[in-house]
Design a protein around this ligand. Structure first.
Ligand SMILES: [Zn+2]
Length: 338
């Protein structure tokens, strides 16, 4: 913002806020509009390739945004609709199947940004001690009252930094943090020795969003496999296994606790993510066969979900209320069910 770019539009600019990942202050603007055409400058760090808003919002700005605009931006509900509950339930079932090979029998599971609570419930139903935090009042209330699951209404910064969990979940949450490195470090302080962390977030290096549709105020950061891995390493996590391939729509990685360490970036580390966000012109994106069939498949499945959602949600809630494990009550801790 402080350099004359008339001679070289790609010359790095300073934004007065160092990069969260590498600490450098040289950026290149990659977009000036969000997915709805509203002004939003997105930038890539020329040293490490981390993509973010050019100006990182403060804690107060984010709190204000989530209080005023987030639901409107996402067509969200205060109380979750039946369709949302069914979708979240399916996500919880998928995550349990995916992750239970990485769990030990006595692990305490903790989800940051638990949403409606379906994922926490999936682990609780399988006999694990499982809990979570969720800042949205309506969703948190649904999880407590309907699903009978231990989800507290608070933000990560409100959780006392004592080690109480063995397996932490961060599912489509890290991209919303204004300081992901700080947040991962906070999560690490909540973990007992040997703790593991699962992170899932959109993969900006995959062709899953049309050009011009990539950026959104709520997603302060956009990760590639490389930048997610580097951020986790700097926060003191080591990769156990990547469950996603480099071109998958979502990144999906299991980490274990290690030592926080500096990460070195090769010259040109920003070129691959830069090429990824510029890969498709609008026309070539929509002409891809996978785009067309993907849309068709999603439309069919979404229609089916809506038709059956009310009936399915009632079944889910009945099942959750029948299986209230003793340790889901805040006042007691019980052994894992056989
Ligand atoms: Zn950087």
């Amino acid at each position: 913002m402080h350099r004359d770019r008339r001679s070289d539009p790609d010359a790095p600019i300073s934004r007065g806020q160092p990069c969260e990942l590498c600490g450098q202050d040289g950026f290149q603007i990659v977009a000036r509009r969000d997915r709805r055409g509203r002004p939003l400058e997105s930038a890539i760090c020329r040293t490490c390739g981390l993509l973010s808003h050019l100006r990182i919002p403060s804690d107060d700005e984010l709190t204000d945004y989530y209080a005023r605009e987030y639901r409107h931006d996402y067509h969200g509900e205060i109380t979750p609709s039946a369709h949302r509950v069914v979708r979240a339930w399916n996500v919880g079932q998928r995550l349990f199947k995916l992750l239970h090979p990485f769990l030990r029998p006595d692990d305490e599971v903790f989800e940051v940004g638990a949403g409606i609570g379906c994922t926490v419930k999936a682990f609780a139903l399988a006999g694990y001690r499982a809990s979570g935090i969720e800042p949205s009042e309506g969703f948190q209330r649904f999880s407590r009252e309907e699903l009978r699951v231990r989800v507290r209404r608070c933000s990560l910064g409100d959780v006392p930094p004592s080690p109480t969990c063995d397996f932490a979940l961060l599912v489509h949450v890290i991209e919303h943090f204004n300081h992901p490195l700080r947040s991962l470090s906070q999560i690490r302080r909540l973990m007992r020795p040997g703790g593991r962390l699962y992170v899932e977030c959109p993969n900006v290096a995959a062709p899953h969003a049309a050009p011009g549709k990539l950026f959104h105020f709520a997603h302060v950061y956009n990760f590639t496999p490389e930048t997610l891995l580097a951020t986790a390493r700097r926060a003191g996590f080591e990769l156990v296994e990547s469950l996603s391939r480099p071109r998958d729509l979502n990144l999906s990685m299991v980490f274990t606790m290690g030592e926080a360490r500096e990460v070195r970036f090769e010259p040109g580390a920003c070129e691959r993510p830069l090429a990824a966000v510029r890969r498709y012109g609008m026309l070539s994106y929509h002409l891809r066969p996978t785009y067309f069939f993907g849309r068709l498949r999603r439309a069919a499945s979404t229609y089916g979900d809506y038709v059956l959602a009310g009936w399915r949600m009632r079944g889910i809630v009945r099942r959750c209320q029948r299986h209230v494990a003793p340790h889901e009550d805040d006042s007691c801790r019980m052994r894992r069910a056989a």
